[in-house]
Design a protein around this ligand. Structure first.
Ligand SMILES: Cc1cc2nc3c(=O)[nH]c(=O)nc-3n(C[C@H](O)[C@H](O)[C@H](O)COP(=O)(O)OP(=O)(O)OC[C@H]3O[C@@H](n4cnc5c(N)ncnc54)[C@H](O)[C@@H]3O)c2cc1C
Length: 454
C-alpha cells in the first residue's frame, strides 16, 4: 500500500460505528457461517445463527423464512430510487449476474437494491434499536463521556472495569464483564489489562495476567479502490446537481423522499468473478453521485463502481503503542500481503471496468475513469488509492485452537468471568458489510449470557 497511512474512523457515540455507518444491511453468505462451524465453532453454522439474525430484524420488505418482522432494528428499502440504477442492473445482467430481490434471503448472488437499517428514511443505530427502548430500566446505568481504562482481575477472574471520566476515575464491579469495544478497542483493552501476547506486554511493562498470543492478531478488513466509473454527458438530465437544495430538504423532511433521501449507495451486486467460485467472491456497489456526495467525494456527477473482494486473507494486527489507555494503538491492516487477495482484486477492478464501458451507457456516458485492464496499472493504482471500508474484524478471534481468544461461548480463554461480544470475535470475515453479523453476534451473545443457548 505504498506505506501510506489510511484514515480509519470509528463511531464514538452510543451504538458505536452503527451511528455513523452507511446503513447497508448485509448479513453475509450462508457459507461464511458454515465455515465458522467447520473451524470448530459449534453453534455458529448458518442454521444456528439465522434465528438470531431474524430476532433483531423488523423488516418492512420481506416476511418469509429468512426474515424477522418484529425485532429491534427496522429494515427498509431505499427511499429514492434512481433511473441510473436500473441501467446498472441491465449491465450486471448482461455480464451474467442475475437479478436477486433479496441477497439476505435464499441466495446472495445477484444484483439488487440494498436493504438499509432505517425507519421512515432515518438511521436506526444499535443504540436506537436496542438501548433507547430500555433506557428507563432500573437495573441499567449508562455512563457516557467515559473511557474504559482496564479490566481488574483477582488472579484470572475478572472483577470489573475501571474508567476515567474527565479527571474522575471510577471502578465498576460486575458479575460478568462483557467487552463490546470493537475490533480495535477490545484487544487494546485486553492487552492494557494484561491479557495478550506475553512478549508484547513485557515490551510495555504491563503486568502479565494471562498469555494469549492471538489478542490483537488476525485483523481482517475489506479494502476498496481505486474507483472505476463514468461521467455523464448531461448530468442535469439525471438531476445533478440538485436544482433546488432547499426544496429537496423540505421534501425529505416532509415525505422522506427526493434526491436527499439517499446515501448514494442504493444498488449493487454480489458477483462470482470466476466460474469456479463456490459463492460470490466480490461485492459491487454502484454509487450514483448526488450533489451532497459529490462534495464529499470530490467526483464529478456520474456513476462509480466500488466494492471489494468478499473474503480477503491478508492478516494484520492491533498492537499497543504504549501502556496508556489514552494513547491510540497501532493498527496495521497489512492489506495485499497475500497474493490471492491481489489477484482477486485485479479481477474485480477489471469487472468494474467492463461495467463502466458497457454499451448500455453509451448514449449518456462522457469520460470513463479507471485504471483499465492492465494488471500492473491496476496494482499501482490500488497501492496508491485503496482504503478501508471499515469492516475490521477478528482481533479476538473465536475458536478452539491455541491462538483463539474466545471460545464459541464468547468467553475469553483461560480467564473467568470475561466475554467479548463484538466484531472482533468473527473467526473469519463475512462476505459483505459487518453491522448485521455484529448484531447477530450480540443477539447470540445475549442468549449465551442468559444461558438460553449452549
Ligand atoms: C464509516 C463507516 C461506514 C460503515 N458502513 C457500514 C454499512 O453500511 N453497513 C454495515 O453493515 N457496516 C458498516 N460499517 C461497519 C459497522 O458499522 C461495524 O462493523 C460495526 O459497527 C462494528 O460494531 P462493534 O460493536 O464491533 O464496534 P463499534 O461499532 O466500533 O463499537 C465499539 C464501541 O466501543 C466504544 N469504545 C471503544 N473503546 C472504548 C473505551 N476504551 N472506553 C469506552 N468506550 C470505548 C466505542 O466508542 C464504540 O462506541 C461501517 C463502519 C464505518 C466506521
Amino acid at each position: 500500500m505504498d506505506n501510506r497511512r489510511i484514515l480509519l474512523n470509528r463511531g464514538k457515540g452510543l451504538g458505536g460505528s452503527s451511528g455513523i455507518n452507511w446503513g447497508m444491511y448485509v448479513r453475509g453468505n450462508r457459507g461464511d457461517f458454515d465455515h465458522w462451524a467447520q473451524l470448530g465453532n459449534t453453534g455458529w453454522s448458518y442454521g444456528d445463527v439465522l434465528p438470531f439474525m431474524k430476532r433483531s430484524e423488523a423488516s418492512s420488505v420481506f416476511d418469509d423464512d429468512f426474515h424477522g418482522t418484529d425485532g429491534a432494528i427496522s429494515i427498509e428499502m431505499p427511499h429514492n430510487l434512481h433511473p441510473l440504477q436500473e441501467m446498472c442492473f441491465k449491465v450486471y445482467e448482461d455480464l451474467g449476474v442475475p437479478r436477486n430481490p433479496d441477497y439476505n434471503g435464499r441466495t446472495q448472488e445477484g444484483c439488487f437494491h440494498y436493504q438499509f437499517t432505517t425507519k421512515d428514511g432515518l438511521r436506526v443505530s444499535a443504540a436506537d434499536g436496542f438501548l433507547k427502548p430500555v433506557r428507563q430500566r432500573p437495573n441499567l446505568t449508562v455512563v457516557t463521556g467515559a473511557l474504559i481504562t482496564g479490566v481488574t482481575f483477582d488472579g484470572k477472574r475478572a472483577l470489573g472495569v475501571s474508567y476515567a471520566k474527565g479527571r474522575e476515575a471510577a471502578f465498576v464491579s460486575a458479575g460478568e464483564v462483557i467487552l463490546s469495544m470493537g475490533t480495535i478497542g477490545s484487544p487494546q483493552l485486553l492487552m492494557l489489562s494484561g491479557v495478550g501476547p506475553e512478549a508484547h506486554l513485557e515490551e510495555h511493562g504491563i503486568q502479565y495476567i494471562h498469555d494469549l498470543a492471538g489478542v490483537g492478531q488476525n485483523l481482517l478488513d475489506h479494502f476498496a479502490g481505486p474507483g472505476v466509473g463514468f461521467r455523464l454527458k448531461e448530468p442535469e438530465k439525471f438531476g445533478f446537481p440538485i436544482p433546488d437544495e432547499a426544496a429537496s430538504l423540505r421534501e425529505f423532511e416532509s415525505k422522506r423522499t427526493g434526491p436527499l433521501a439517499t446515501t448514494g449507495v442504493d444498488a449493487g451486486a454480489f458477483v462470482r468473478l470466476r466460474d469456479s467460485d463456490e459463492y460470490p467472491s466480490a461485492q459491487s456497489i454502484c454509487f450514483v453521485a448526488n450533489t451532497h456526495l459529490d462534495r464529499a467525494m470530490e467526483t464529478p456527477p456520474g456513476v462509480r463502481f466500488g466494492g471489494y473482494v468478499c473474503r480477503t486473507v491478508s492478516r494484520g494486527s492491533v498492537r499497543l503503542a504504549s501502556a496508556s489507555p489514552f494513547d491510540r494503538p497501532f493498527v496495521d491492516p497489512n492489506y495485499l500481503s497475500d497474493q490471492i487477495d491481489l489477484d482477486t482484486h485485479v479481477e474485480l477492478i477489471r469487472f468494474h471496468q467492463r461495467v463502466a464501458e458497457h454499451p448500455v451507457f453509451e448514449s449518456i456516458r462522457d469520460q470513463v475513469d479507471g485504471p483499465g485492464y492492465d494488471k500492473d496499472a491496476i496494482i499501482a493504482a490500488t497501492r496508491a488509492e485503496a482504503r478501508t471500508t471499515w469492516h475490521l474484524t477478528s482481533t479476538c478471534r473465536m475458536g478452539s485452537d491455541q491462538t483463539a481468544v474466545v471460545g464459541p461461548d464468547l468467553k475469553v480463554r483461560g480467564i473467568e468471568n470475561l466475554r467479548v461480544v463484538d466484531a472482533s470475535v468473527f473467526p473469519t470475515m463475512t462476505s459483505g458489510n459487518t453491522n448485521a453479523p455484529t448484531m447477530m453476534v450480540a443477539e447470540k451473545g445475549a442468549s449465551l449470557i442468559l444461558g438460553e443457548t449452549v
